[in-house]
Design a protein. Structure first.
Length: 101
């Protein structure tokens, strides 16, 4: 499959890329070559191969959850620009009441 200049310009527009004329031609050739490789792969007979999500065996890469001590309140607030009574203080965003007044 060979892409046209218009195809590359459309892709660049979707990706919000500004390309020069030389870049458009370079990407047109490169993307066309990539698609040609996919055409070759599409011709391979895979009818005897069972569908699979992965060729690797499944294993968990997550560590076990272990309860560990966290930060003390003093440590957590140590670099806070403002705190009071063990809490972070931040500027009000709604004013005095919940209606923004």
């Amino acid at each position: 499959m060979s892409l046209t200049t218009a195809d590359v310009e459309h892709i660049a527009h979707l990706a919000r890329l500004e390309l020069t004329t030389d870049e458009i031609e370079q990407y047109r050739r490169q993307l066309s070559d990539i698609l040609a490789h996919f055409d070759v792969l599409a011709q391979v007979d895979t009818s005897a191969i069972a569908p699979t999500a992965s060729v690797l065996s499944l294993r968990s890469v997550m560590r076990r959850d272990e309860v560990r001590p966290g930060l003390s309140t003093e440590d957590a607030l140590a670099n806070a620009p403002d705190s009071a009574d063990g809490f972070f203080r931040v500027p009000a965003i709604f004013g005095d009441d919940a209606n923004g007044g």
